[in-house]
Write a protein that binds this ligand. Structure first.
Ligand SMILES: [Zn+2]
Length: 155
């Protein structure tokens, strides 16, 4: 395969077809808004490393948000440590340190929640559909009433 990778310009290994997404900025008195439209279908190619990276990202979306999870996990842990240290060692003006620890806890928890939400968005729709179907099936065996087949009368 000749040509260069559309991501990193190394020699390409796999052909890809992609749809262009064009963004139009519409400025008016009410402000600016963006309108997106599909453009032409383009042919390109990607290298082995980029293809593998994209496959990893599609199959394991948690891996893609791992740095964010680690960062906000550290903030959360720092919040716990500040609160614990304040309760154990600080004698005066505890409220300031407790508030700081609480703020770190809330920030960490929100960051972790956002990372999981983004990982869930990156999950392929078919995988989400399968997960939902599996969940409904499991729920159906315990809670939901069984669907009855409609009787048809023939005369
Ligand atoms: Zn590449």
């Amino acid at each position: 395969m000749d040509g260069k990778c559309i991501r990193c310009s190394k020699p390409a290994a796999y052909p890809v077809r992609a749809l262009e997404v064009r963004t139009l900025h519409v400025r008016s008195l009410g402000g600016e808004r963006r309108v997106q439209a599909l453009g032409n279908e383009t042919e390109g190619a990607v290298c082995e490393a980029c293809a593998k990276a994209q496959l990893d990202l599609d199959t394991n979306p948690i891996k893609a948000v791992k740095p964010q999870l680690i960062r906000f996990g550290a903030v959360f842990a720092a919040g716990l440590a500040i609160i614990a240290a304040t309760l154990l060692f600080v004698r005066e003006s505890k409220q300031v340190f407790l508030l700081l620890g609480l703020a770190a806890l809330v920030c960490g928890a929100l960051g972790i929640y956002d990372a999981y939400r983004r990982a869930n968005e990156k999950t392929a729709p078919s995988a989400r559909y399968r997960k939902r179907k599996r969940w409904r099936k499991r729920l159906g065996t315990y809670i939901l009433p069984k669907r009855r087949r409609r009787k048809t009368t023939t005369t």
